[in-house]
Write a protein that binds this ligand. Structure first.
Ligand SMILES: [Mg+2]
Length: 373
């Protein structure tokens, strides 16, 4: 392919999934000299990171890609990495070339007339169980249980509970309350519903509290515990792994394939979270997926942003032997429902392969322009 034009957009929108906070992200639109268009996302989120990402795309990578002439997706990925050798082994630059890599893959699929999962070796799953990736943010335990019951009524058979998020909820800030919440939730949803706990950045458990809390939550059965400690506290992860029989998730804050390899080789993570809009794009995701195959580790695509990222995560997950579910924002949000003509939704608790080529989406450019800051 030969790239003729690139535009980037910092967009902002209120998200009812996140207590109506205003969330931001970066989108790119890449067009070949023949008029094929691909879209990608760099999930920079913080405003300064979004503007820095846009600056790197517009000021460096876009002219570099256009001047490169005929180029492959992998050739572009290598070029971005080679140029940023001094500052590229982790950081904001990864958002920038993740977005471009995603858009180039979208073009590659469109030129081939095939969904990307076919280019990635074929679908290992025709569909995947949908997980309601929920931020627990209501004031009372009853309201938070009711939210999950609502997702179950919609057809979800799995939920991931983000702890210590925005809003009046104390979940994630009170270990005894957290344990009570999981026990009450299990009593309400019954046995045939998977509960995953995402402690994440807001939870501040020390090693002993983490072990005690996870062990007692696990009496009600949890699918995995995600980021129970700060991601670099490997010895805490190791101690938890020795103490409980619950799969441990981490990884969404890594940046590069080499750092994923290092993390996986510690043997402390059973479920690797990875975002193709952050960690060296779809190309990087596939390399990490290969490492997961060697180590028998589950992969979980982070897809908590726009429908462009969800589409990329879905294509990758369908092609991965290591994926076992697919995360969706459970409450309708404009960047999922209106950003593409083919929103990614669950039916009967499952998310299926999109039919269209590339990412399988047609982006509503009018909405992108309306949300652009
Ligand atoms: Mg997480």
């Amino acid at each position: 392919m030969r790239i003729g034009a690139i535009r980037s957009f910092v967009i902002g929108y209120p998200d009812p999934n996140d207590h109506f906070s205003r969330r931001m992200t970066v989108l790119v639109r890449v067009e070949t000299t023949d008029g094929a268009v691909g879209w990608g996302e760099g999930i920079a989120m913080w405003q300064e990171a979004c503007w820095a990402t846009k600056l790197i795309v517009d000021g460096t990578f876009a002219p570099m890609l256009i001047e490169a002439g005929e180029i492959t997706v992998r050739g572009a990925w290598d070029m971005f990495r080679a140029h940023t050798w001094w500052y590229g082994e982790g950081g904001i630059v990864n958002f920038a070339y993740s977005a471009l890599d995603m858009a180039l893959w979208d073009i590659e699929g469109k030129l081939a007339g095939k969904p990307l999962y076919e280019l990635f070796g074929g679908a290992r799953h025709k569909s995947l169980p949908a997980s309601a990736a929920n931020h627990v943010n209501k004031a009372t335990l009853e309201q938070n249980v009711a939210d999950v019951m609502g997702f179950k009524e919609q057809g979800f058979t799995i939920c991931k509970l983000g702890f210590a998020k925005r809003g009046p909820s104390s979940v994630g800030r009170d270990p005894e309350g957290d344990i009570r919440f999981i026990h009450e939730l299990r009593a309400a949803v019954g046995p045939d519903f998977e509960i995953i706990v995402d402690a994440g950045n807001g939870v501040k458990w020390d090693r002993a509290t983490g072990i005690d809390t996870v062990r007692r939550m696990a009496e009600s059965g949890i699918g995995w515990i995600e980021e129970p400690f700060y991601p670099t506290q490997i010895e805490d992860y190791r101690a938890l792994k020795d103490a409980v029989d619950v799969p441990i998730g981490s990884g969404e804050r890594e940046w590069t394939v080499s750092n994923y390899k290092r993390l996986i080789e510690t043997g402390t993570v059973d479920v690797i979270g990875i975002d193709p809009a952050r960690a060296e794009g779809m190309t990087g995701f596939r390399m990490v997926d290969e490492i997961c195959s060697k180590h028998g580790v589950t992969i979980n695509a982070h897809a908590w942003s726009t429908a462009i990222l969800s589409a990329a995560s879905l294509q990758l997950s369908l092609a991965s032997p290591n994926a076992r579910l697919f995360e969706l924002k459970p409450v309708p949000v404009i960047v999922q429902t209106d950003l593409v003509e083919e929103p990614i939704v669950q039916r009967g608790g499952m998310v299926s392969a999109p039919a269209g080529p590339g990412l399988g989406i047609t982006v509503n450019e009018e909405l992108v322009n309306r949300l652009a800051l």
